[in-house]
Design a protein around this ligand. Structure first.
Ligand code: IMP
Ligand code: MG
Length: 173
């Protein structure tokens, strides 16, 4: 049985940082419209709160990929379970992720989406674990850099649980 051992990023800190990211993205894409591509399911909570802080015309689309089974280790195998509904052709696209760990998932996704000729392709992640990186990915926006903990909450799960926590917590095995 796993339990929550410590709150790593509390609700108020998350909210403030998401506001800052939204303001930064609004400035960087000024005068443009933006397609946010969320990676299911982990990025759903972050994407919905971030989108509300972006003061531009925004649309959403979602992809589902599998990179983790029920364990906490990356398999390195990325499979597309649900593809995008819309074309990316000539659109400004921002991939929204919950966390970058090894980078294997985003490396695959980034190259996959780049092949569809967007006008631009960016990456925004709520959390980044740089110490775990196996492949380099061009990340444009990072909410928080964290140490090598397994974290849950604010969309992130362990065996599909804890996604609804309003904060980021460390899971103790
Ligand atoms: P990567 O391919 O190793 O970068 O893994 C990225 C994906 O693994 C994320 O989108 C998460 O779904 C999952 N993941 C990585 N670290 C954690 C964690 O600490 N908690 C929950 N999920 C994680
Ligand atoms: Mg994910």
């Amino acid at each position: 049985m796993s339990t929550i051992s410590e709150i790593l990023v509390d609700e108020a800190t998350l909210k403030k940082r998401v506001q800052e990211l939204g303001a930064e993205i609004s400035r960087d894409y000024q005068g443009k419209s933006l397609l946010l591509v969320g990676v299911l399911k982990g990025a759903v909570v972050f994407l919905s709160e971030l989108a509300q802080q972006i003061k531009l015309p925004v649309t959403f689309d979602f992809m589902a990929v599998s990179s983790y089974g029920s364990s906490t280790e990356s398999s390195g195998v990325v499979r597309i379970l649900k593809d995008l509904d819309e074309s990316l052709e000539d659109k400004h696209v921002l991939i929204v992720e919950d966390i970058i760990d090894t980078g294997l998932t985003l490396d695959y996704l980034y190259r996959h989406l780049q092949n569809r000729h967007p006008a631009s392709l960016g990456i925004c992640t709520l959390l980044d674990k740089p110490s775990r990186r196996l492949v380099d990915v061009p990340v444009d926006y990072v909410g928080f850099q964290i140490s090598d903990y397994f974290v849950v909450g604010y969309g992130l799960d362990f065996n599909e649980r804890y996604r609804n926590l309003p904060y980021i917590a460390v899971l103790k095995p």
